[in-house]
Design a protein around this ligand. Sequence first.
Ligand SMILES: Nc1ncnc2c1ncn2[C@@H]1O[C@H](COP(=O)(O)OP(=O)(O)OP(=O)(O)O)[C@@H](O)[C@H]1O
Ligand SMILES: [Mg+2]
Length: 333
Amino acid sequence: MVWGMRWEMEWGIRGPGGVAVFPLMLLVLSGLAGARGGVWDLRSLSCSFRTYCECDFRPDLEGLECDLALHLAGQPLARQLVTKAVRDFVQDPAPSKPLVLSFHGWTGTGKSYVSSLLVRYLFQEGMRSPHVHYFSPIVHFPHPDRIDLYKEDLKGWIQGNLTACGRSLFLFDEMDKMHPGLIDVLRPFLGPSWVLFGTNYRKAIFIFISNAGGEQINQLALEYWRLRKDREEIRLQDLEPAISKAVLDNPRHGFWQSGILEEQLIDLLVPFLPLRRHHVRHCVANELAQQGLEPLEPTIEAVVDSITYFPEEEKLFSSNGCKTVASRIPFFM
Ligand SMILES: Nc1ncnc2c1ncn2[C@@H]1O[C@H](COP(=O)(O)OP(=O)(O)OP(=O)(O)O)[C@@H](O)[C@H]1O
Ligand SMILES: [Mg+2]
């Protein structure tokens, strides 16, 4: 009964003659609240309804965009793609399908970092939200011989949690280490199915992360540099086919033969570009500020210098992005 009520309230109930009951209920209850408190506070009441209907989903799009603009280094394409996709999705009260994003790129370029910012600015409780679900193959699906059990559990987990809260986020890390076949169970949840098992699944967000396509992305960034073209000009169309091919050709990727990519269930492939020295500087400055330390030039320079860059000849891109920045800082203080 409780789940049924939750679903009906989320979508509004049509009473006899097609009258929307939800606004009427809101009016009646706001009257009661006004009578009790002596004040008509419709805003706080609708907020408490939102709390009930949308769990702890509290998108702060301005905060997200501001944080990305200030702190995400060297990812103009990813920033623009993610903010537009999330804004469009969040502002649509009745999305036609869940938002499904797939992040690709070299290690340490910001894929997990952007995911964590999304979680922080979309859910009131951030990573602690009961409606944010993180999966890593090594942690959650370590035994290949238990794949059938994992499939059943994963399907049940997604179904149950979407029934509890349509506004849930599921994050699948290290997709290039996910057992083939496991992710197939997600297919029914990623499409535009109206109501499945009595639940509306269209408000969920799925994020898949992998290094697949990273080499191809790096190669294009290198070509741009060699042609003296600005990396800001790299467009999604320039990379999409190469990333898709890298995923589909990799039998160790979780999308292998799943049909998920072929059936266009992914809304957006998001490429993360390799980071250059000045981007690493940006990361060091971020990290120092985060730790409440002074951004001293010699410290920043020493950390940036301690990292290796590739290709061998040009030494353009950080070999591990900004991944080791935080752990290196203490050595240069
Ligand atoms: N583009 C970036 N801008 C600012 N900080 C970054 C960026 N990329 C990485 N960082 C910093 O480096 C840390 C590690 O990066 P992150 O975990 O996002 O890498 P990743 O792309 O997920 O790598 P992997 O593929 O190895 O998981 C982040 O927590 C963040 O502090
Ligand atoms: Mg990561």
